[in-house]
Each structure stands twice: as C-alpha cells, then as structure tokens.
Ligand binder design. Structure first.
Ligand code: URP
Ligand code: ZN
Ligand code: ZN
Ligand code: ZN
Length: 459
C-alpha cells in the first residue's frame, strides 16, 4: 500500500461512510477493512474524503476575443488543483481555415510540460468543410468525444444551422456529444449595436443586449435540430428559467437533452454589471448573469437532477489590460470570468444552505460530468480500481475568497469577499499529494491527457 487515507468520511454519489481508503499504484485498491499498520498515512480526521472535482468547461489558454488569456495550462490547472479539481476538459478551438489535427497539435503544445492535473479536450468547430467533416469522425478515436458549436459571436465562432446539423450527424455516427453555446447571435448583435448607437456603452448593456429569450430561442432550436437528426445534445452554460423551461419540455418529450449551469449563474446577477468604476466589466460573460429568481430555479434544477453538472467556464481576462479595452464600448470587453478554483467552494455553500446533500454535491461536481464525458469510473468516484484522485474536504473551515489567495494569474476573483465554510484542504492526483493545506506541492507536467470514451446516446 502506498498510502492510506485514514479517519475520514468517504462521500461518493451513492453514499457516505466512515471508512479508510487504501491506495497503490495510483489507484484505489481498498475501501474499508483493515489496512496495513505501517503504510504511509494521510489523516482526514474531521474531513470528508471525496473524489476530485471534474470541471468539463474551461478555457485555460485562450486566444478568443483577439486576446491571450492570463492563465495558461500551468497556472490554470494549479488553480484548479488548489480548488479541489483533479480533471478538466478544456476547449480546443479550431482556428479559421485550420484542420482539427492542427488545432489539437496547437493545444498539445500549450499543455506540454505544464499541466498539473489530468485533462481532456472538447473540439470547438468554427469552420466546416468536407475535410473537417471527415476529420470530425476521427476525433473519438483520439479520445475527443465531444464537439462545441457556437450559435453566437458572428464573425468569430458562430456557425449556421447547417454546420450544427452536420456536426450532430457526425457526432451521432461516431459516438460523440455535441455541446452548444445557445444564444441567437444575430439578435444579440442587433440589440448590442442598437444600444451603442443610442450612446449606451457601459457594461450593464451587455446584460440587456442578451435577454433570456435570446438564450431560450437558441436552446429550443438547438434541441430541435438534435431531434431532427435523432441524437443527443448538451447545452453549455444554461442560465435562466426561460431556457430551463425549453430543456425540461424537451426532456418530457423524451429527447436526450443535457445541460450544465455554471457557478457564476448561481451567485451573480445582472446588477453586478452595473457596479461603479467600470467594475461591472469583471462580470461580463456570456450568456449574462440573470436575476435572483433565475438563481432559485437553477438551484432547484440542481437538486432535481435537471442539470448534469456545474462547471466553471473559467476565462482569465484581466480587469486591467483586457477588460478595460471596453471602457468606452462594452462590445470590446472580452467575455468570460474566472472561477476554476472557486467552483467547489461556491457550490458547497449549497450544501451549507440545505439545498444539496454532500452526495448530491459529489454527483454534480465530479461523478455525473465524468459519466457524461466518458471518464467514469476512472474519474469521478472513489471505488476500487478508480484513479486515486481525492480531495480531503474540511467542511468546518471558514475562508474568505479573495484574489490574493487564488493560484491563477488573474487580478480579480468573481467572488471577491464572499465568506465560505468548507474548503479543499489536501488533494491527491492518482495517489500523489499535489495540494497540501491549499498550497500546490505537485510537479507541473504530471497531468495526463485523457482519452475519453464515446458517448452512448439515449436518443
Ligand atoms: O463569456 C464566456 N462564457 N466566455 C467563454 C466562451 C464561451 O462562450 O463559453
Ligand atoms: Zn459558450
Ligand atoms: Zn466557455
Ligand atoms: Zn497559496
């Protein structure tokens, strides 16, 4: 036995038990029973022992919005690890005119030698032609079993419905899952340009130019296209009651329509975009933050298993140097906000509030995303044979979220000043301790690429 995690309370998606966990060769080899006395020990007294978080939506080293993000795979995955996340699935973005093979090689070069935790890729398709269509079918053999399509951002990443249909068809044929950014891009651009023409250029108008109906319409259309092709679909960053209604309507007619929400939609509202001194720009992400009422509906959706997961959509645009490009025109503010490290702590507040049980929490932040994206049971659980990716979670520790305590390369936290109870104290990656007392003690580059399993459609 290489390590025994002793005296903790093991939480998985299926239950809670006071038991020890034995680890050898990077995997869990024993749960409960008598452990060798002389084995190295990690004491988890007073703590929960949970599977490492699985964050299936990050943009760690992004070139979107003609800007290079502050985080790369080094700082981004170290921050993830310190937040209790041991697996990320990052978006590998095809450039215009670029082959998918070249896009993957580009992402591999970003990750090489830097990654602190295990990682996979989703492929973002922006440019479809016959060659790309064929290439798409080969991705699952390379362990890339999900593709993202944007219905917004014309001129950057938005595609037409034909590209979405073709992607859905290829995904169906080859066992992949299509993820959509569901917003009616033309409607958003129309409102946006109208606001600016009327002299309304502050960050708040970002939220007003992308109302819930823009998201709900695209959500319904994306689901309808998946239905027409006869396959499954995954809606990324679903934010509001109106889009949730479309999702639930589809589920009721038997469509295999899946969705995630993100941490920021549970805590921030559109009023945050109206903070003085251009601070609102920190909360410019897409779709925008909504209302308190929407937050309640999202929490209900989490408790009722309507959502598969809560992901971070981590984007690292600096307040000074990136966001301030849009000081006189909100259209120039790079969209996105950080949160890969804060995600677990913030969602855990739902446990403190009685909205989620600890087992539901584990299911949402680790088990279900690992299942949907073809990584289970290697990732997302504590079971004999699973990777020993483990978080020692101290449920009583009190902590104030503040940027100086985060491990990314950012200059702000989306949750600055929020007081939380419950923190990831220690983290193991494949049995090796990579975080001790919330400090990174691993070796950059030890993260491994995950070849993910195919998606088995229920459509
Ligand atoms: O504002 C956001 N969410 N930026 C990241 C790109 C995306 O749409 O996921
Ligand atoms: Zn998106
Ligand atoms: Zn995103
Ligand atoms: Zn630190």
């Amino acid at each position: 036995m290489d390590l025994v995690v002793r005296n903790g309370t093991v939480v998985t998606a299926s239950g809670i038990s006071q038991t020890d966990v034995g680890i050898a060769g990077g995997v869990v080899v024993q749960i409960g029973g008598s452990m060798p006395e002389d084995a190295p020990t990690l004491d988890a007294t007073g703590c929960y022992v949970m599977p490492g978080g699985v964050d299936v939506h990050t943009h760690l080293d992004s070139n979107d919005f003609s800007t290079r993000s502050a985080d790369d795979f080094g700082t981004g995955t170290i921050a993830a690890a310190c937040g209790g996340t041991t697996t990320v699935v990052d978006f590998c973005a095809q450039g215009r005119g670029e082959s998918l093979a070249d896009a993957i090689a580009h992402w591999d070069s970003k990750a090489e030698g830097k990654v602190a935790i295990d990682y996979g890729y989703h492929m973002i398709i922006v440019d479809m032609n016959d060659a790309v269509f064929e290439e798409l079918g080969t991705l699952p053999d390379r362990g890339i079993t999900s593709f993202k399509i944007f219905m917004a951002y014309r001129g950057m990443s938005m595609v037409d419905d034909v590209t979405l249909l073709k992607s859905l068809d290829q995904a169906k044929r080859h066992g992949a899952l299509v993820m959509v950014h569901a917003e009616n891009g033309d409607a958003a651009d129309y409102l946006r340009d109208k606001f600016v023409a009327e002299g309304n250029t502050s960050p708040y108008y970002h939220a007003l130019s992308r109302p819930p109906r823009i998201e709900a319409e695209a959500t319904a259309r994306a689901i309808a296209l998946a239905e027409i092709v006869g396959t499954s679909i995954y809606i990324v960053h679903l934010t509001c009651g109106e889009a949730l209604d479309e999702l639930m309507r589809a589920k009721r007619r038997g469509v295999d329509a899946l969705a995630e929400t993100c941490t920021q939609y549970l805590y921030l509202t559109k009023d945050d975009l109206d903070r003085p001194n251009f601070e609102g720009a920190k909360y410019v992400f897409t779709p925008p933050a909504r209302t308190k009422e929407d937050q309640e509906l999202l929490w209900d959706g989490l408790a009722n298993r309507v959502f598969e997961t809560v992901s971070s959509d981590h984007c690292s645009w600096l307040f000074k140097g990136h966001k301030d490009k849009g000081k006189d025109d909100f259209r120039k503010i790079p969209n996105g906000a950080p949160g890969v490290e804060e995600r677990l702590m913030m969602v855990w507040q739902g446990v403190n509030a009685g909205r989620l049980t600890p087992t539901e929490f584990v299911d949402l932040v680790a088990t279900r995303p690992a299942k949907v994206f073809g990584m289970f049971p290697k990732k997302g659980t504590i079971a004999v044979g699973s990777d020993a990716d483990i978080v020692i979670w101290d449920p009583e520790a009190e902590f104030t979220i503040t940027q100086s305590e985060m491990h990314n390369a950012m200059d702000y936290s989306s949750y600055e000043g929020r007081e939380v109870r419950g923190i990831p104290r220690h983290v193991l990656l494949r049995g090796k301790q990579i975080v001790r007392d919330r400090e990174y003690v691993g070796t950059p580059g030890e993260g491994q690429f995950l070849r993910r399993d195919r998606y088995v459609s229920r459509a």
